[in-house]
Design a protein around this ligand. Structure first.
Ligand code: ADP
Ligand code: MG
Ligand code: MG
Length: 902
């Protein structure tokens, strides 16, 4: 290489040169093969071509300079180590060419075995195997098949059909019953298929086979399936794949050879003990392909005790080294064990907790590491009940698993019917084409929600997730007839009252009642399982890790709850207060009548009467909640939504008026309502007369609520219940708004608590961008802040959630403008910046200012980490997410190295 100046970029690494931490460069498979090699485990020699080579190849369409020479050099080393040459006619070295990206992408990219075989070396291979012709031709036909399929895109079925034809002609079903002649004939058939589809002969030149296979692995990175998988799994598109070239070892040399896969523990339950499958006289891909029935790995002990014992000791060694569950692939060639792959194995949510707990017991990891190894998404999964499914139950439709869980109930088609039946103690499934805010009561009453339209961000999906309620959306095989109170699916008609079962994790819909198993983890949180006295590895592990998380976390976790029942449940789940008690439901149901009177009031007297009638009802609501939260803070938000939301929709009223007029009835009230609705109509209700603005224009409204809160606190105090109410003013954008509300509120509180003193704080939501940007001023008037990140997101981005989620979010996600919906996980850079600014300036103005967050982000794992970093005091989320937030708040501490960011 005379005249070459620049140091050549290194694209090829021998297994002895890498290690497990080089996944970016060598891919997962290559990095772990290198690690095992350096541990001295029996790995066939080989080398890895880097992801950088792949990226260079993909950007130019050709091999980067020097790659070919580096491969030649490595190949020469491999040949001398093995004492064979690639494709040598007398004694061929064969290799496998295996893809391996940083993240395992199952089934996405494939492997070619036996590279180096051709019409001449197949004879040499047979001779070297002691005249085992069958083995040699079997290996050759596999090469043509895999090469044809993965490198040249020959349809795989054609090879399979040809194999079936040979078996059928011979009257056998097992490929082991084919002899050398059959396989030789099959090779000819395969070659014909190959040339028919590619227009060329099967390449005989070993190095050409190798190069073509390497290029094909590179290119498979951009195969449609791979692109789709990456998008779904949020794997970056620019990582590229590495390619591993590994000397072949043969599991198909006879009954003393074979191949298998194993896990060092049960990846489903986490139970200790090895789990695996073994297949004698076979090459690797047969195990996965399920061509023949494998035997449990334990049977290898009888077949080949020496290899079995060695395998067990290697697995123990790997676990100790990786300090985690490993999965492996191995091959035995005539009694000699070879390790072909290992990685830290995938596992179910339950196994993740159980294994983390076991590894602590075994002294391999500490509790911080155990906490790091599990996550909130896994915990959330474990909190849903599951269906006990056997073959008896076949789904009739499949939609989108929009909100996990297993729900069974009678089908209803309207919100009203859902409420009625639920009141009779029935469990119901609300079926709608799609839901809208009118369905809210029905959704609350229902066990689950099933819609035929809409995706993961539809109203049904989002609201159901918020309520922790099972939801299957977009089951478009359902032909729903709301007026007819039925739907048709697969030719069957399901009418109101018929029972269905829906699985919000998988999106499956079943007719009839599928038995449900409650979640043991929820039973534990509910306090009905004592972890100390229970023989349940999962519950014990959850208990232990949660306890550790609670000890570690700095963020407090509160809940969003509007009723005593929710509050009680959240408290059992570990909530340390209520961060958001919405008061709007206190204006619904049978109180609607009073709200209508309030809105239609013609004078101050009528208005005051309506408010006076509402006061005792609200007070009773607060007493119930304060009692459940005895000793813990309760943040009550004054009424937030525009009042017209409490009135019937315009169309409905117009129809009512028309019908009543027709019948000659008195329509005065309907007409008054109708004109109120018309008058109150808003172009942009989200930006309209709501929140603090309502309080400032409707005399007495906030005052009534403040009085109800203060009186409830006094009543509680008299009964020995310690309440800590925090009155929260919504939608403040300017300090003057807050000051006005506060001075009136303070007068009322002072008056109500004169005889029975109680502390009532007055603070504000920070949910309007202007409030975040003037937080320093607002803090002067606020005793606490709570970020309303939903509105802050809406107003920060300038879009309304209800309008945009269905309209264009899918496109933004597709284009990568959003990695994830900003309503699901906080947008750190934009909305998050507002949170940071407001926190810093608020605390600068009022040192020690208590700051929390309410809204769905409070229970989102990623967002919890962000709020920890910013230094908030607490997050607040729906009761069901409280354990998730506790866990993630603990993880946030161990992941930032235990540092306290405040
Ligand atoms: P995947 O990533 O799909 O598991 P692999 O690259 O691991 O693909 O290869 C598929 C199968 O081929 C594996 O079961 C493995 O055991 C087998 N295999 C790969 N390389 C060799 C080799 N050098 N010798 C023998 N078998 C091999
Ligand atoms: Mg593999
Ligand atoms: Mg809001």
């Amino acid at each position: 290489m005379a005249g070459q100046q620049a140091v050549e970029h290194k694209y090829v690494y021998d297994f002895s040169e890498g290690n497990k931490d080089q996944k970016d460069l060598l891919g997962g498979k290559g990095a772990n093969l290198a690690e095992m090699t350096n541990l001295g485990l029996p790995v066939p020699p080989g080398f890895t071509i880097t992801t950088e080579a792949c990226k260079a190849y993909l950007s130019t369409g050709e091999e980067p300079a020097g790659l070919g020479d580096q491969i030649s050099a490595r190949l020469a080393t491999l040949e001398s180590a093995m004492g064979k040459r690639l494709g040598d006619p007398d004694d061929p070295l064969l290799v496998s060419v295996r893809s391996g990206a940083k993240f395992s992408m199952p089934g996405m990219m494939e492997t070619v075995l036996n590279v180096g075989l051709n019409d001449r070396s197949v004879v040499g291979l047979s001779a070297q195997a002691g005249g085992n012709d069958r083995f040699a031709w079997d290996s050759y036909r596999r090469l043509i098949q895999m090469f044809g399929k993965t490198v040249c895109e020959v349809p795989g079925e054609e090879f399979e059909h040809a194999l079936d034809d040979v078996k059928r002609a011979k009257g056998v079903t097992n490929d082991l019953d084919l002899d050398a002649d059959d396989l030789r004939g099959l090779v000819d058939a395969y070659k014909r298929i190959f040339s028919k589809h590619t227009g060329r002969e099967f390449p005989q030149e070993p190095r050409e086979q190798l190069d073509l296979a390497i290029h094909a692995v590179f290119e498979s990175w951009n195969a449609d399936r791979a692109v789709l998988y990456r998008r779904q799994e949020r794997i970056p598109a620019d990582l590229g794949t590495a390619v591993n070239v590994v000397a072949m070892v043969f599991g198909n040399l006879g009954p003393d050879s074979g191949t298998g896969v194993a896990f060092t523990r049960d990846p489903a339950s986490g139970a200790q003990g090895i789990y695996g499958d073994y297949l004698a006289n076979a090459q690797g891909e047969d195990v996965v392909a399920g061509i023949r029935n494998t035997v449990p790995l334990q049977e290898l002990e009888q077949l080949d005790k020496k290899s079995y014992d060695e395998l067990l000791s290697i697995m123990a060694r790997l676990e100790e080294h990786y300090k985690d569950l490993c999965d492996i692939e191995f091959t035995i060639e005539r009694g000699k064990l070879w390790m072909l792959q290992t990685r830290v194995g995938k596992r179910t949510a339950a196994a993740a907790f159980v294994i983390a707990g076991q590894l602590v017991d075994e002294g391999l990891i500490d509790l911080d590491e155990a906490l790091h190894r599990v996550n909130g998404a896994q915990l959330a999964q474990l909190m849903f009940p599951r269906f006990k499914l056997d073959h008896e139950f076949q789904p009739v439709a499949k939609g989108i698993g929009a909100s996990p869980g297993a729900a069974v109930g009678k089908v209803v088609f309207t919100s009203a019917r859902a409420v009625e039946l639920a009141a009779e103690g029935e469990s119901v499934i609300l079926v709608r084409r799609e839901t809208n805010p009118d369905d809210l009561n029905g959704m609350i009453a229902a066990q689950g929600i099933l819609t035929s339209r809409g995706g993961k961000t539809s109203h049904a999906a989002v609201v159901a997730r918020g309520m922790g309620k099972t939801c299957v959306s977009g089951a478009d095989d359902l032909d729903i007839d709301i007026p007819g109170r039925k739907f048709v699916v697969g030719g069957q008609t399901v009418s109101e009252g018929d029972v269905v079962s829906i699985d919000g994790t998988t999106g499956k819909v079943f007719l009839g009642e599928v038995p449900v198993m409650p979640s043991e983890v929820v039973q534990y949180f509910e306090g009905s399982l004592d972890p100390a006295h229970i023989d349940n590895a999962l519950v014990r592990a959850v208990h232990r890790i949660m306890t550790h998380a609670d000890g570690k976390r700095r963020l407090r976790v509160r809940t969003n709850a509007d009723t005593g029942a929710d509050a009680a449940r959240a408290r059992r789940f570990g909530a340390e207060g209520i961060g958001l008690c919405r008061t709007e439901h206190m204006f619904l149901g049978d109180r609607k009548e009073l709200v209508e009177r309030l809105i239609l009031a013609r004078d101050g007297k009528e208005r005051d009467d309506a408010l006076a009638a509402l006061l005792p009802l609200q007070r009773a609501d607060f007493v119930e909640i304060f009692r459940e939260m005895d000793g813990l803070p309760v943040t009550v938000r004054l009424i937030d939504p525009p009042l017209h939301e409490f009135l019937p929709p315009l169309e409905q009223l117009a129809v009512n008026v028309a019908v009543a007029q027709e019948r000659g009835e008195d329509v005065a009230k309907e007409e008054a309502l109708l004109s109120a609705v018309r008058r109150m109509h808003e172009q942009n209700p989200m930006l309209g007369l709501r929140g603090v603005r309502l309080g400032l224009v409707i005399p007495g409204l906030f005052a009534m609520q403040v009085r109800a809160i203060a009186e409830a606190a006094v009543e509680c105090a008299k009964q020995g219940v310690r309440s800590c109410p925090e009155i929260m003013v919504p939608l403040v954008g300017a300090v003057q708004e807050l000051e006005t509300v506060r001075s009136e509120a303070e007068k009322i509180i002072a008056e109500v608590t004169r005889e029975q003193p109680v502390d009532v704080l007055i603070g504000t939501m920070i949910e309007v961008p202007r409030a975040a940007l003037t937080a320093g001023q607002i803090a002067e008037a606020a005793q606490f802040f709570s970020f309303g990140t939903n509105d802050l997101t809406q107003m920060g981005w300038g879009f309304s959630r209800d309008d945009v989620e269905g309209a264009f979010f899918w496109r933004y996600l597709e284009l990568g403008i959003f990695g994830i919906s900003p309503f699901e996980s906080i947008d750190r850079e934009g909305v998050g910046r507002l949170v940071r600014i407001a926190t810093e300036e608020g605390r600068a103005a009022r040192p020690g200012l208590k700051i929390g967050v309410c809204g769905e982000h409070g229970g989102d794992p990623e967002s919890v980490h962000f709020f920890h970093e910013v230094g908030l005091d607490y997050v607040s989320c729906s009761p069901f997410r409280v354990p998730v937030a506790r866990l993630e708040a603990g993880r946030a501490v161990v992941e930032t190295g235990g540092s306290d960011s405040r």
